[in-house]
Design a protein around this ligand. Structure first.
Ligand SMILES: C[S@@+](CC[C@H](N)C(=O)[O-])C[C@H]1O[C@@H](n2cnc3c(N)ncnc32)[C@H](O)[C@@H]1O
Length: 430
């Protein structure tokens, strides 16, 4: 089903509604370029006009280099950009089919991609997406909500390869029931029915050395102190139960929430079904509850994670007792209160993950505090049992502008602290 464009728009651009349809629903094989359509398409402001004009481009423009340019211009828009980029690339694939053998088609595709600065593999992905959208149209399912969906939904569909069409049909049906469904919710429903997809192996690490060069979850501008989401993903994957209560007791930006919501990207076949809760002394998101971790949580939990303010380097970032500790003795005293209260909040066999770096003064004569080791002692004294540890790169020596600090570290023979330790403890069953 090709969506029809509005009569006023057709009149505005000087086309009759009569179409000489081919099997693809596109007219004439001549390389038609209607400048009116293109000019209106490039200057469309209103979404409805944009949709109508994108349909007009699909129906009327036969010059592949013009269609390619329209596809990439369309992609900059939201809503509707991802949908029309995909449909326009599918059209390009039909135009390419007309020019002869595969070799020629690939050459032409390469040239078209160069025109708009895309890699041909990306273009092939959009073609898969566009043909998947056509499957929805052919099934006479309403594409109204699909048209407004963000790019992530079409990328999820593309990853299903020859099931991409089925995927979007399922998505369109979900949208009919719940128009506000997000790509993650749709994907979860798809995985629930169709089995989980192969997880992204980059996210889950095979060993206890965790380095994430390009974190997949971006830091949010208002909270520079968040950790890479991959740390939560690995800590859950290796150490959390599949069901039960999971808590981030010092939730900061709420990264835990984002990573758990996106679990289809990393959980493989775990099918986590956790009840998650986020707390912080200074909540900065409406889904984080205010709570001082030095007091037992209002609920008992199976898995608790803390990423406390780091000693001596966080007081410019966070308010709060741990960040503001005047010296290391006070910091450890506060950390002890937190560990005791969280141990008390664990259910039998529950686990506590503590994520901390060492603190090293800049000069050899400055203190060098092994905070993970001190936290270890506090946890053991609180009655917990150590079960495992992972070592996480902070990537500080690669940070822009680090050369001076790196040189000073070598000169002073005092290594910079560039690793966080995730220690995991368990409360024995009662
Ligand atoms: C390093 S940040 C956590 C960042 C978080 N992991 C993320 O990725 O967004 C430390 C957080 O601990 C909180 N905090 C400090 N002392 C606390 C306390 N006594 N109880 C609860 N939260 C506390 C701070 O408000 C801050 O948000």
């Amino acid at each position: 089903m090709t969506l029809s464009y509005k009569k006023e728009t057709i009149e505005k651009i000087g086309f009759s509604e009569e179409k000489n349809n081919t099997n693809n629903g596109y007219i004439s094989k001549s390389k038609k370029v209607n400048r009116h359509i293109l000019n209106d398409f490039y200057s469309a402001v209103d979404s409805r006009d944009f949709y109508d004009l994108a349909e007009a481009v699909l129906a009327e423009i036969e010059d592949s280099s013009e269609v390619v340019k329209c596809a990439e211009v369309a992609s900059k828009r939201q809503p509707g950009g991802a949908f029309y980029r995909a449909k326009l690339w599918a059209k390009i694939s039909y135009l390419l089919e007309e020019i002869g053998n595969e070799k020629k088609q690939n050459l032409e595709l390469k040239q078209l991609c160069e025109l708009v600065g895309l890699h041909p593999n990306q273009a092939k992905g959009y073609i898969i997406q566009g043909k998947a959208i056509e499957s929805v149209e052919k099934a006479f399912i309403n594409t109204g909500n699909l048209r407004e969906a963000p790019p992530a939904l079409f990328q999820y569909a593309q990853r299903q390869k020859d099931r991409a069409g089925e995927y979007l049909i399922e998505a369109a049906k979900i949208f009919e029931k719940k128009s506000s469904a997000t790509p993650t919710q749709i994907h979860r429903e798809w995985c629930h029915k169709n089995g989980s997809i192969q997880a992204n192996l980059d996210i889950i690490k095979p060993s206890d050395w965790w380095a994430f060069g390009h974190p997949k979850w971006r830091k949010e501008e208002d909270f520079p102190g968040s950790i890479p989401g991959e740390i939560y993903a690995n800590a859950l994957y290796y150490f959390a139960p599949k069901t039960g209560v999971a808590v981030d007791a010092m939730a900061g930006s709420g990264m835990f929430n984002r990573v758990y919501d996106d679990r289809d990207r990393w959980q493989k076949d775990s099918a986590f079904d956790l009840e998650i809760h986020l707390f912080d002394l200074h909540p900065c998101r409406n889904f984080i509850q205010k709570h001082d971790a030095r007091k037992p949580l209002p609920i008992k939990a199976d898995w608790i994670f803390i990423d406390p303010p780091y000693f001596g380097q966080s007081n410019h970032l966070f308010d709060g007792d741990l960040a503001a500790a005047k010296d290391y003795a006070e910091y450890l005293e506060l950390l002890k209160e937190v560990i005791v209260a969280l141990t008390d909040s664990l259910l039998p066999n529950g686990r506590l993950c503590i994520f901390l770096p060492k603190w090293s003064g800049l000069k050899l004569e400055n203190p060098n505090y092994d905070i993970p080791a001190d936290a270890y002692s506090l946890a053991i004294n609180a009655g917990l049992h150590w079960i495992d540890a992972a070592f996480v790169s902070r990537a500080r020596q690669q940070e822009a502008g680090s050369a001076v600090k790196n040189n000073a570290a070598k000169r002073e023979r005092r290594m910079r602290s560039d690793t966080c330790v995730l220690n995991v403890f368990q409360k024995l069953g009662v």
